[in-house]
Design a binder for this molecule. Structure first.
Ligand code: ADP
Length: 372
């Protein structure tokens, strides 16, 4: 039974559509991220699930129950914001107990619930401290304990880690995931950080301009992006402009495309890789090729397959696990390639000439300006 479903959820502000008919089904116990650039509608979706914003149309179902018109406090949803706002004049214990007191449960049950919630974020020993006596990470953990103590059926997290410094954020990512697994709570996590979304989630929902672009596992989103927007947002893109030329096969059927990226650089594009509807021959298109999808060979051992071309290296940046190369391509645009470090040889040197290839299925084209 899906634990949370959104059914063609829409939110309009006057003329602007902030959320455009988003449908999702999130399973019981699943950790799902809403990922996209600022303004794509992530927080609006989260606040509609929480009951803080009323949808213009569409439905929200928790465990198959329609909660769209229910008040926020009747939805059994826990919410943690970026600014987690603990009550400064209350102890950690009282902060966590706050929501439970309003539920009117007995004092012995309350004590047990607070102790359990604090134990799950490893802060039992801090129950009598005041928030100002805690670090930023510890305060965030108290906010989490406060949200899970009433045993909500859904946990909603709105960029809860974005105020933390990088190291603490890494630690909290792992901690949050561990906690979510232990408690087994269905979680929706809002972030604009693709690495964070990929690392933490069972599935990722990529949004742009209020519309759902793709909802799938991190692996599928990375390896089989639905369109150029997803490919560019998840990977490290080369963003190019080209001209689309339709080709004909032996039987005279037009089913292949080539994209021209310069006087002497043209690539074959696999038809299913282009997602923005029918496109006309001669049309100018946005082209996304991920840096990590360029295959580098040497003149002595060239790369195989279609879309081969020659390039020379003009810059090289070593980043530890990967090397970034800037490639000058005769008769084509400059391209950047990102290659895993191979311990056996030092990679390529500036000035070296090499052969490059790109899989036709990994070239993403969008009508200019039509993309999200
Ligand atoms: P995100 O969380 O992805 O950054 P939001 O959900 O906050 O995006 O906003 C989505 C869009 O809706 C944005 O273009 C934003 O300007 C607009 N928006 C959000 N809240 C309001 C509001 N109260 N009134 C008008 N427009 C709003």
């Amino acid at each position: 039974m899906p634990s949370l479903s959104l059914d063609r959820l829409v939110k309009r502000y006057d003329e602007q559509v902030a959320v455009n008919a988003v449908s999702l089904s999130i399973h019981d116990g699943e950790f799902v991220s809403l990922l996209g650039p600022s303004g794509c509608g992530k927080s609006t979706i989260l606040r509609m699930i929480a009951g803080l914003i009323e949808p213009s149309s569409g439905r929200i179902l928790i465990d198959d129950r329609d909660v769209t018109r229910l008040a926020a406090n009747q939805r059994r949803v826990g919410l943690v914001f970026q600014s987690y706002a603990l009550f400064p004049h209350m102890t950690v214990f009282e902060n966590v107990a706050f929501g439970l007191r309003r539920q009117g449960i007995s004092s012995s049950a309350l004590e047990q619930r607070v102790t359990e919630a604090l134990a799950s974020v490893q802060l039992q020993a801090y129950a009598q401290r005041m928030p100002r006596q805690l670090s930023g990470g510890q305060q965030q953990r108290v906010a989490l304990a406060r949200s899970i103590a009433p045993r909500p059926s859904i946990l909603l997290l709105d960029e809860p880690l974005s105020n933390l410094d990088a190291t603490l954020r890494d630690d909290m990512q792992i901690e949050l995931r561990r906690l979510q697994r232990e408690v087994g709570i269905t979680t929706v996590f809002v972030t604009h950080d693709q690495t964070e979304a990929m690392a933490m989630s069972d599935r990722v929902c990529v949004l742009a301009g209020g519309s759902l672009q793709q909802f799938d596992t991190p692996e599928a989103i990375y390896h089989r992006p639905a369109n150029g927007f997803v490919a560019g947002f998840i990977g490290r893109p080369n963003r190019l402009v080209g001209q689309l030329i339709q080709g004909t096969n032996a039987t005279g059927v037009t089913d292949t495309f080539r994209v021209h990226l310069g006087p002497s650089l043209r690539f074959e594009v696999q038809c299913q890789a282009q997602q923005s509807g029918p496109m006309a021959s001669g049309q100018t298109v946005d082209v996304v090729i991920r840096q990590e999808d360029l295959q580098l060979g040497t003149p002595g051992s060239p790369t195989q397959g279609p879309n081969q071309f020659e390039a020379s290296i003009t810059l090289r940046a070593f980043t530890g696990s990967r090397v970034q190369y800037v490639l000058a391509v005769p008769g084509g645009p400059e391209l950047i390639a990102l290659v895993p470090t191979n311990g056996l040889h030092g990679g390529y040197a500036v000035g070296e000439r090499l052969s490059v290839s790109i899989d036709p299925g990994l070239i993403f084209i969008n009508d200019r300006g039509a993309g999200p």
